[in-house]
Design a protein. Structure first.
Length: 272
């Protein structure tokens, strides 16, 4: 029988990634707060045409938004350089597991379909997720997926769980099976239903406001990541960043630099 691990993580680069993600969206949060207020404020002296023109003008150009994103990442890099005092995540050979459930004080996640994220490649890697922990019986294999060498085209690999939604409040084990490497299971717990629903409602409200202000898909994902970071849900924060289907080159580079920092403990530089 598999022994359940403590829900308190032994691998804690969480404070650093917390600061990264919190500051990552601070500038854009302030920016869009201004847009939202501008879009809904309608003084009596304004005609409908003037109001429409003012709202249209509140939407910044692509170049301005790109410049702001660069500024955000520049601030993040300065913060990152000032806080390099935590150990990197533990690697097994060429592989370093990152999510789910390895970055916070407790291994609790919001998503019921988590993202498995790791650094490194191998001839073949198997992701295995085991049924909810029950002290009275052996855990069973719930879901698995094999990642072949041909599909491992990037330094960081990710696979989203595609099975049935995981159960709120339940504890799960998962592992990456890598050839010629010892096996190690990790534990996470899906958040209880009431708290999950509360967060879902707040995220929906946030997304509606951002869409009204003209935010892009990438900007919305960054704000959702920021929200999760404020709650200490680092796995969900990274999942939001990696959910962007067509990320900008800046987001791609800087997200990878954050992961490198978590796994490698070497000098990095955030792109601007």
């Amino acid at each position: 029988m598999v022994n359940i691990k403590s829900l308190t993580s032994t691998r804690k680069p969480s404070q650093k990634i917390a600061s990264i993600l919190l500051l990552a969206a601070t500038a854009t949060a302030c920016f869009y707060s201004g847009l939202i207020l501008s879009a809904f404020a309608q003084p009596n002296s304004e005609s409908s045409v003037e109001t429409r023109d003012r709202v249209r003008n509140a939407n910044t150009s692509t170049e301005t938004r790109g410049s702001e994103q660069n500024s955000v990442w520049a601030v993040l890099w300065e913060l990152l350089k000032s806080k390099r005092n935590e150990p990197a995540l533990t690697s097994r050979g060429n592989v370093c597991e990152i999510t789910p459930g390895l970055l916070g004080e407790k291994n609790i996640i919001w998503s019921d379909r988590p993202l498995f994220l790791w650094q490194g490649t191998a001839p073949s890697i198997k992701i295995r997720l085991y049924s909810p922990f029950n002290p009275d019986r052996e855990q069973e294999l719930l879901w698995s997926q094999t990642v072949t060498a041909q599909s491992q085209t990037a330094k960081f690999q990710s696979v989203k769980y595609t099975g049935e939604a995981l159960q709120p409040g339940k504890i799960y084990d998962w592992e990456l099976v890598v050839p010629s490497s010892h096996r190690q299971r990790f534990t996470f717990q899906v958040m209880e239903s009431q708290e999950r629903n509360d967060i879902a409602s707040k995220l929906a409200e946030l997304e509606t406001q951002l869409k009204t202000a003209g935010a892009t898909v990438e900007e919305i994902a960054l704000q959702r990541a920021n929200y999760f970071a404020q709650l200490g849900l680092w796995s969900d924060a990274l999942q939001e960043i990696y959910s962007v289907k067509n990320p900008s080159p800046t987001l791609t580079r800087n997200a990878q630099e954050v992961l490198s920092y978590l796994c490698e403990s070497s000098d990095i530089e955030i792109s601007q």
